[in-house]
Design a protein. Structure first.
Lengths: 403, 314
């Protein structure tokens, strides 16, 4: 991987418009975008700005074709069985909400989640619990925040209808043994939904091999445009799901009393879609595919190990998650005892334009349970460099001396 | 304390920058919470502290450590400084409005509203005139006989303006029209004019003035007004002055004769002696009652002295 060449693909890293050169360590929130993605978005507005699938004119046909190619590209990227299993959404949250609202769960059915889910995979189930009477149970993590398979096995029984887990935590970067979890869930007849928002940008997902039932991801964390996401569902399951959002483009026909829904994925894609975003997402998965996950993971590990080695012994620093960088992907989450996390983040930004996330990272439940007010999260990606890591660690050491 | 300091500073910066306006709003929210005895839980002070520390730490870790530990104390220091500077700023604006100088009447110290000190400029009287150069504190009308000088509204009792000026001096020429305007507007103000020729080439105009005023006081003021608007270079031209007098209906020959009279010379020198008793050191020097105004002040300064701060309502 030619890092220098790759960084040239990201205009924001080349921006010299009077601003300090940025060190972007907030990819877990949203990644930077390379030129091909930006160009694909522009392409829509500059050359094919029209509706997809509805009108018959040339522009519409081009948009329809481009969106179809994007769907196919995403299906290949995830190794789905067919492109119709790919439903375009706005983000992971929407995908999970779709399943939570549409899956035929009955009163007293059990849904298993973990104790460190993003709010996107917590609140929909809390709401569904109140509406449908389902029971939401929490799988406790191990002390080092890794997945507790023993606890999971104990909780699995025939009342469990769905296991909904973040496949990689946005809190600490820890990934779960998804294949094994899915296998055991299926053994008791439960379906599995994976929140892959933090997995898809960093690891190859092989849907066929995983045999997962549903999987949601966000485009904006994997080089794609803001407001783009994907819900994968096994086609058979998607056919059974009631549509969540309904309206234009979801039906073949209607009478005043009835609606004849289109097959998946159209029945889930109500209203005019974000065509430029979909085209941009297609370009993003192609870009990721060209770089390759082996190279991506290698670079992330190199960087995270360097940060971990430098900061491991910093006084007051408390790491969230396992000590071994190999288990944390591209994420280094920490807090300085007695120091407000936002203050640390603002200082890093002010000192050296280092951009990190601070607070509770939409995992308030975990922080509240552990009585930790907040943390700072440095999330790395393949476009980050060792020089940036050095800047980050040296700046943090200085901050450590102040408090 | 930090919120208050930040609110003031950011409000000023906010005039020029939208991002600072947003921060100023946050600061104001914080201030409002503080003054209503509620905790400032908006995070504003924390955010600003972090930003400040982030800047300071890149220059000096020691300073950042100090600032972090004594942030509240430093904020208090800045608060006190802010209050003090605000007081002096308001005082400066007030003084400028009332006296034409930020630092008090006749002060020549720098004033941002009058950076060139135009309101205090004078045409200096030669220091040879005095054993010890006088200062503003020495200026006085005590013991000065003003009876031989031209006067307008002689019967007015309330206020008196005693104007010492020089026909060929720029600063006198700047002040004179304002004083005339005042006198025209307020008939209860007694106005005495005294010429002191700082520019020697206009010496004889003092005698001309004396002679004209002696015979035709009304025409003196017309002549006086004319002299202050006439091109300075022509003031030394006696033929030009004669023509001017003729134009005003005066008998130039008779005035010339009076000017040549040794008695006139003696009287005028006597007037100069009286003027020097005021210890004035330049023109224009305007006494309004007992208060001396050195240099050409803005109109409002003279008006305020005569009629108070709300002079414009009278």
């Amino acid at each position: 991987m030619d890092l220098r060449k790759i960084r040239q693909d990201f205009p924001i890293l080349q921006d010299n418009s009077g601003r300090k050169a940025i060190t972007y360590f907030d990819t877990a929130c949203q990644s930077l975008r390379p030129k091909p993605v930006i160009e694909a978005i522009n392409q829509y507005y500059l050359k094919t700005s029209a509706c997809s699938g509805r009108s018959m004119h040339q522009l519409a046909a081009e948009v329809t074709r481009a969106c179809d190619q994007s769907r196919l590209a995403v299906a290949k990227f995830l190794n789905a069985s067919r492109k119709e299993e790919i439903v375009f959404t706005r983000n992971t949250t929407e995908g999970i909400n779709l399943v939570a609202n549409s899956l035929n769960l009955q009163k007293d059915d059990v849904v298993l989640i973990s104790d460190k889910e993003h709010n996107s995979n917590l609140i929909p189930w809390q709401v569904a619990g109140r509406k449908k009477g389902i029971v939401v149970k929490r799988i406790p993590s191990k002390d080092d925040n890794t997945f507790n398979m023993a606890a999971y096995e104990q909780m699995l029984d025939n009342k469990v209808k769905l296991v909904s887990l973040g496949s990689t935590s946005n809190l600490d970067g820890v990934s779960i043994p998804a294949a094994e979890i899915i296998k055991r869930a299926h053994a008791v007849g439960a379906l599995v939904l994976l929140d892959a928002a933090q997995t898809a940008p960093h690891q190859r997902i092989n849907l066929k091999a995983l045999d997962v039932d549903f999987l949601a991801l966000s485009g904006h964390k994997m080089l794609g445009p803001s407001g783009t996401g994907v819900l994968f569902g096994k086609y058979r399951l998607l056919e059974e799901l009631e549509p969540f959002l309904v309206g234009g483009d979801t039906v073949a026909s209607t009478t005043y009393e009835t609606s004849e829904f289109l097959p998946p994925p159209e029945k889930f894609e109500a209203g005019l879609q974000d065509y430029s975003g979909i085209m941009g997402l297609g370009a993003a998965v192609k870009y990721l595919g060209d770089i390759g996950f082996e190279a991506i993971q290698k670079q992330e590990l190199l960087l995270n190990e360097a940060i971990t080695a430098e900061l491991r012994n910093l006084p007051k620093l408390k790491l969230i998650g396992p000590a071994d960088a190999r288990l944390r992907g591209g994420i280094f989450t920490f807090y300085l005892e007695g120091v407000d996390s936002h203050r640390v983040a603002l200082m890093l930004d002010q000192m050296a334009a280092i951009m990190v996330r601070s607070g509770q990272h939409c995992v308030h439940s975990w922080f509240n349970a552990h009585n930790i007010p907040g943390s700072v999260r440095a999330s790395l990606y393949f476009y980050n460099t060792l020089e940036e890591v050095e800047l980050f660690t040296s700046s943090l050491k200085k901050i450590g001396k102040v408090f | 304390m930090f919120c208050i300091v930040a609110f003031v500073v950011l409000s000023i910066l906010g005039i020029f920058s939208a991002s600072n306006r947003t921060l100023a709003k946050e600061a104001m929210d914080c201030v409002l919470r503080r003054v209503t005895l509620r905790p400032c839980n908006t995070g504003f002070d924390e955010k600003m502290k972090a930003k400040i520390l982030g800047v300071v730490i890149t220059r000096s870790e020691g300073a950042a450590i100090f600032l972090n530990h004594y942030f509240e104390a430093v904020a208090w220091v800045f608060f006190v400084l802010l209050m003090a500077s605000s007081f002096f700023a308001v005082r400066g604006v007030f003084l400028f409005y009332v006296t034409g100088s930020c630092n008090g009447l006749n002060s020549t110290a720098f004033c941002v509203f009058d950076p060139n000190g135009n309101n205090n400029q004078i045409s200096n009287v030669s220091s040879d005139c005095y054993v010890k150069p006088p200062t503003e504190q020495d200026l006085t009308l005590t013991g000065v006989d003003k009876s031989s000088f031209p006067v307008v509204n002689q019967t007015a009792k309330d206020d008196q303006i005693f104007f010492i000026g020089c026909y060929a001096c720029d600063y006198t020429r700047a002040a004179y029209p304002m004083i005339r305007e005042l006198v025209n507007k307020y008939s209860d103000v007694n106005f005495i004019f005294a010429d002191y020729p700082v520019k020697e080439k206009t010496d004889y105009l003092s005698k001309v003035g004396y002679c004209v005023n002696k015979d035709s006081p009304d025409k003196f003021w017309k002549l006086n007004d004319e002299l202050f608007v006439t091109d300075k270079e022509k003031l030394a031209d006696t033929a030009f002055i004669d023509n001017m007098m003729t134009g005003l209906g005066l008998d130039a020959a008779k005035v010339e004769s009076c000017v040549a009279d040794p008695a006139t010379e003696k009287t005028v020198q006597g007037q100069f002696t009286e003027l020097r008793k005021t210890k004035f050191f330049g023109t224009p020097t305007v006494f309004i009652n007992d208060q001396a105004f050195v240099g050409p002040k803005p109109y409002r300064v003279y008006a305020i002295k005569l009629k108070g701060l709300l002079y414009f309502m009278q």
